[in-house]
Ligand binder design. Sequence first.
Ligand code: WTA
Length: 640
Amino acid sequence: MIYPKPADGQSYLINSNNYRQLHQVAEVEPNAFWLDMAKRLDWMQFPTKSGNWQFQKPVSIKWFEDGVLNICANCVDRHADSTPDKTAIIWVNDQGTITTYISYATLLKEVNAMAFSLQNLGVQKGDRVIIYMPMIPEIAYAMLACARIGAIHSVVFGGFSPESLAGRIQDCGAKVVVTANEGIRGGKLIPLKANVDKALLQVAQVKKVLVVNHTSTNVPMVEGRDVVYAPNYNQAVVPEPINAEDPLFILYTSGSTGKPKGVLHTSGGYLTYASLTHQWIFDCKYDDIYWCTADAGWITGHSYVIYGPLANGATTVMFEGVPNYPNPDRLWKIIDDLKVSIFYTAPTAIRSLMQAGDEWLQTTSRQSLRVLGSVGEPINQEAWEWYYHQVGKAQCPIVDTWWQTETGGILITPLPGVHDLKPSSATQPFFGIQPVLLDEQGHEINDNSAEGRLALKASWPGQMRTVYGDHGRFEETYFSQFPGYYFSGDGARRDDDGDYWLTGRVDDVLNVSGHRLGTAEIETAATLDHSIIETAVVGFPHAIKGEGIMVFAISASHTTHNLEELKAIIKNTIRSQIGPIASPDEIYIVKGLPKTRSGKIMRRILRCIARSEFEKIGDVSTLAEPSVVDHIIGIVCAKT
Ligand code: WTA
């Protein structure tokens, strides 16, 4: 099924008139194209250099390297000058009882005050600041305040546990943490400050904790370390001149091995890319009310709630709550109330609202919508069609945007005024993006109608520059399997029209409700309790979450716990080590795991069992203990 591009396509910023030419310049002269695109920002010193990168070891990626700018000045000050009264942020609280309109002038005042506070705590250019906060305007102020003074922020999603928080604080060497006394999500209080206190029992280096009082709860404060945030609006903090290649932020993300990696993004290239893609892909114009439902703790929140929209002087909505609280009409009501015209969310939210039933749509008109977006995982056809027909009433193109924490911004997507839509296909690369499909040996598959591993053969300004503190891991993870390419870890298919269809991860990374989790990370967490000896974690299709987490575990022979207790132990250790987002959906206590004679766990076999695709298991005779496969099948089937 193809949904042709809108007949009135000319009214879009990018349309069939200008697309071809832009596309050609980006392809033929990428450096000139990107330098031209960098003009959308205000520079203290405009760069003379464009891209300077190599994907062969030693891998090095630089964009606009002799340019100087300030990211905060670009997102705040310049709009506070030109459009002071325009709304920058519309904030809606968890209960839906408060809507706050924050103008660009107010945003400047608030960000300045937060920057002054950070300076008073001793934060200087290059220092790392951990931000562990709910979706309240102060999270945006804190990020932008860091950018203003040249500090490097690392936002940790409020749903991560104290253990995860401690690991990130340690890895980036942060001395200051910005948090809130509590968060509120879906009517539940989240003890953010208490979590920080627990994390800081494990890491001694943090000198100051800045606490925003968001709820009325009094939380214990450690004398000399903890400071209640009290904005001082009388002191001006001048935006620091920042080199284009100075770091802007670190964001931790899961990979197939080891602990989460600190993905490092720098300044000039990142903002050029986030701002350009935000404007052109969502067709965001002056009067649009733009809403991306992502939490600021994820890359989508960084690029498409805060940095991209604010760099463009747009109006961006921040919502503290969740889609189905108090009822599954929550998002639709906000769309009507605020007259949201561009709406960007994740397939997992779409599926759960679809399951709640169409009646929840009926009391709202969603008349203001004109562009819809999807991100985070492949969107299945059924969810796409429901989003298009029921939510958008067949009036709004859907941009299915493929990208990653590492890519900084969207790489593959339809443009609403240019491309025909195909449900479930992310369609075409953005300007200047050069995707390839590789076979297992790393050869490019050049014909259309191909399936392979999705890699990029050229850099773009929003690309991550390194893994913080471990450039070797950066090279190893993304550039060693297929030398000369950036390998995404995703599989994809290309059809006869050259449109891309993402088929999911090809490595040991799960995508649960659009959140990335490494199987190794969950396995390590699950075995921390002495009653569990070994585990193997695989994903399986889940109607709402996209992928669910299945744990196979071997218990210690000495354990006196019964099966239910063992399962509870596993669940609790994973939750406390990583956070509730990594809670397993199914746990099986087994006597053995399918291993090769050299001891490697064959997760492929477990995946087949988890999906009930027993016929695909194949020959198991080469396993160290073939009978274990029937044993596991027996246990899994006994449950269903
Ligand atoms: C998956 C989120 C299919 C993919 C921006 C990728 C998608 C991972 C899509 C990155 C999409 C994201 N279609 N798959 N439109 N968008 N993915 O780092 O597997 O949280 O590698 O970044 O999500 O997840 P991350």
